[in-house]
Write a new protein. Structure first.
Lengths: 263, 554
């Protein structure tokens, strides 16, 4: 169930995520796993399939291009070229032949983050298959996020963890790269490991954060929070209104309020 | 792809009125803002939270007598998917210490903390592990990490933003744990935006007194989710992940303690019984109910399941009548429908216009008022613009920003939005955007205390499914923090509860029997069956072709 009646039923409009075909709008033919459906133009593949009557179980997630649930491969009639995209982000084209690849098997190696360090040897030991890369670049061509997949695999082979972490940052772990890989490399798992090693062991840890965590654990703010929790609403409102605001342009870690007794 | 020729024709009307409107803006003249009385009128007639027509008092259960949106009320008054008297509760399929229902940010944090406390954990996911609103959160996560800031100020900002309707112990927990959450995520290897010395980059957000929003590019939630999911996968000896297997009913024992749940394998359509010493409810929000037909920013599975199951087990909720709508969600192109257009666009001077290119509201009313005015113009006055996919929208005249602030200012001030539209052939520095209010966040949820205990022993709650943290209005960056703070607390609390010794008696569904008896006594003859698990986007034509009367599905 989801509500779909507009507040003013005399105007028929699409509501929620359900598409309708307004009067005079055009439809185009698409082929879902080879079978033809007529769908409104400008819909995404996901909504076009729902318009046609499919109900997703697999192959749909955030519906906003960030979760990696709906990788899709398609060709256009009369063209040999394969295209890759997310069903929620790719608009239907006439005579598109498509299939979703909601899951693709890929090896993932378990590790204990506490036992690693900033050296690339750990990645090479956990994923020796990265050296099977033949630099065909099919992974990069398949990436719906335009991540330069082959470049980060290459960086990892050369021990450049930071470079790999930064290049791979936009990865949504949909698995299309792995589905195309001649070397059978699970690129997105390798990239995840590289990013975690970078953030834990190469990028400096935040000193101010460490200090604040220690203060909190020592109970420094417990009384202040208890006081606020039991205060009557009028006093609370007064404190709220009287807050000083940190200037937008203040340099990090430099500005201090007049009243410092609650820091 | 860009705008269709028909829409391009309509844009000419916007361009025709623009010189006059820009001149007006330069003279610092604005379309008049509403008086308080006018605000009240437009809100009560057109804001979904205020409209009386589609509201309903719930007739059974812990919140009996409270008024909710009709959809929400009907779900609270729903009956179970299963027939309790026919279930064989002797046949237990899985035994575990902790069952976590929902594997988003809160559930996954809870699972890791419970595993750290020595508990065996099962995470039951409706979709894949990690499919959640967590993954969609872009902006950042609040935590008082800086020297000029402290949990004291985070508390004040949060409770003031919530109009002092928040539950205080939850706000205190959030403010206190927030820096601990960030330190935990950092130790797991999350890539925060940092300066060279390791200091986290922080920004202000609406309603903050200190710069407190830490972030990870513009995909903070996705980075959190992929790191903690990866960490959970490292603990496969302790954490079992079941996907496409949502919980459909809680199980209690004969003493009334929470003792597990019934799961439904959506692929094979098999049910199974999980017996667990503790259960963490972390099912997220309800955006996919599309209350009153609104588009949503939420992921596919956000259908209020946890609130429904907890309600039958006797756990009530608070602030669930309150929903955050954002006035300017995208209505075209279809790929971006429901996604947010930041308030900054109107802050930079862009007007909101109808099909004739005319202004009809002050562009910077409070969010709820602005939303109501857009709805009024499109639906009551019929002055909306229809898209090729049958959506209605209003123009947001972004090209004005170029004229008011100089060429290139749209791209400079709104880089992500510029790219998002450019990808689909629309240059928002030259062409306006089509927008309409969108459903963003479930402000309320089930009742818990600061340690995530519900009133049912052994049942804990965390994340968007719980109520009271944000009161009736949530600040940006507090939802991701809510997820991590209360997710971690739920895992720790469940661990402690089990360490204290839990003796489970026979499993029972008597609470469901009792609840359904209450439904019958209240005269609710034809209740919905819930949780609904997934929204149904079939068109009317397809639904009719399924012959609901003439054929019986196998």
């Amino acid at each position: 169930m989801c509500e779909t009646n507009s507040t003013q039923p005399e105007i028929k409009v699409a509501t929620g995520d359900r598409a309708i075909l307004p009067e005079g709008a055009k439809t185009i033919p698409i082929f879902v796993m080879g079978k033809k459906y007529e769908v409104p133009e400008t819909l995404t593949i996901m909504k076009a399939m729902e318009f046609a009557g499919f109900k997703f179980l697999r192959g749909a997630g955030c519906r906003g291009g960030i979760c990696g649930a709906c990788p899709t491969v398609y060709r256009l009639a009369g063209d040999y070229k394969l295209h890759f995209g997310l069903a929620c982000q790719t608009v239907v084209e006439p005579n598109m032949y498509l299939a979703q690849i909601p899951f693709f098997p890929a090896n993932r190696a378990s590790f204990n983050i506490e036992e690693l360090n900033g050296a690339a040897e750990a990645i090479h030991a956990l994923y020796p298959e990265v050296f099977r890369c033949v630099a065909c670049n099919l992974c990069t061509k398949a990436c719906p996020m335009d991540v330069k997949v082959m470049d980060y695999i290459s960086a990892i082979k050369q021990g450049q963890i930071e470079k790999a972490a930064r290049i791979s940052f936009d990865c949504i772990q949909c698995g299309l790269c792995s589905s195309r890989c001649m070397g059978e490399i699970p690129q997105y798992h390798v990239a995840q490991l590289a990013r975690r090693i970078f953030a834990r062991y190469i990028q400096p840890q935040a000193e101010h954060l460490k200090q604040r965590a220690e203060e909190i654990s020592a109970g420094k703010y417990d009384q202040m929070l208890d006081d606020l929790s039991t205060m009557d609403k009028d006093n609370l409102e007064q404190l709220y209104v009287a807050r000083e605001r940190e200037p937008d342009m203040a340099e990090p870690g430099t500005w201090q309020p007049q009243d410092t007794k609650h820091l | 792809m860009g705008y269709t020729p028909e829409l391009k024709e309509l844009i000419k009307r916007v361009e025709a009125t623009r010189p006059e409107r820009v001149a007006m803006a330069r003279r610092n003249e604005h379309y008049p803002a509403l008086t308080m009385a006018e605000r009240h009128e437009v809100l009560s007639k057109f804001h979904p939270d205020y409209q009386e027509d589609a509201k309903q008092a719930v007739r059974v259960g812990p919140n009996k007598g409270d008024v909710f949106q009709e959809t929400v009320a009907r779900l609270l008054e729903s009956r179970s998917i299963i027939r309790p008297e026919k279930v064989n509760l002797q046949r237990v399929d899985h035994q575990t210490d902790v069952l976590v229902i929902g594997g988003g940010g809160a559930g996954t944090s809870a699972a890791i903390m419970a595993a750290d406390a020595g508990c065996k954990v099962i995470i039951a996911n409706k979709l894949r592990h990690g499919d959640s609103n967590t993954i969609m959160a872009e902006g950042g996560i609040q935590a008082a990490t800086q020297e000029c800031d402290s949990p004291y100020y985070h508390f004040l900002d949060t409770i003031g933003g919530g109009h002092f309707s928040n539950q205080r112990d939850l706000v205190a927990a959030l403010a206190k744990d927030a820096p601990l959450s960030i330190a935990w995520l950092e130790s797991l290897g999350m890539m925060f935006n940092k300066y060279d010395d390791g200091r986290t980059v922080v920004r202000h957000c609406g309603g903050s007194s200190r710069k407190r929003l830490q972030s990870s590019g513009d995909m903070t939630g996705a980075e959190i989710m992929r790191v903690i999911r990866d960490e959970a996968r490292n603990r496969e000896d302790m954490i079992t992940v079941l996907e496409f297997s949502p919980a459909v009913e809680l199980l209690l024992d004969t003493d009334g303690k929470c003792a597990g749940a019934i799961l439904f394998n959506m692929e094979t359509r098999e049910y199974s019984i999980v017996k667990a010493k503790a259960v963490v409810m972390a099912t997220g929000g309800f955006g996919r109910l599309h209350v009153k037909g609104f588009a949503t920013t939420n992921h596919y599975g956000a259908t209020m399941d946890g609130v429904v199951m907890a309600y039958r087990a006797g756990v009530g909720n608070q602030s669930l009548h309150s929903t955050q709508y954002h006035p300017t969600g995208v209505t075209y192109p279809e790929q971006n429908v429901g996604l947010l257009i930041t308030e900054k666009v109107r802050g930079l001077g862009a007007h909101v216009l109808n099909i004739d290119g005319e202004q009809f509201c002050f562009p910077l009313e409070p969010r709820d008022v602005e939303s109501a005015e857009l709805i009024q113009e499109a639906m009551a006055k019929g002055k909306g613009i229809m898209t090729p996919t049958g959506r209605v929208g209003l123009w947001l005249d972004s090209p004005m920003i170029e004229e008011l602030h100089g060429p290139g200012s749209v791209r400079k001030e709104l880089p992500a939005k510029f790219i998002q539209f450019e990808r689909h052939g629309i240059d928002i520095s030259k062409e306006p955007m089509l927008v309409y209010p969108t459903l963003h966040y479930q402000n309320g949820g089930i009742n818990v205390d600061g340690d995530t205990n519900t009133k049912v022993p052994g049942l804990f709650g965390a994340g968007e499914v719980i109520g009271g943290v944000h009161g009736e209005n949530r600040l940006m960056g507090n939802s991701l923090q809510d997820i991590i703070t209360f997710g971690r607390r739920a895992g720790q609390s469940a661990g402690k509860y089990i360490q204290g010794g839990v003796e489970l008696k026979d499993l029972s569904l008597d609470h469901v029997v009792k609840f359904e008896k209450e439904l019958a006594e209240a005269g609710i003859d034809n209740p919905m069956v819930a949780p609904i698990l997934l929204p149904d986007y079939s068109t009317d034509e397809v639904s009719a072709n399924r012959w609901p009367e003439a054929a019986r599905a196998a």
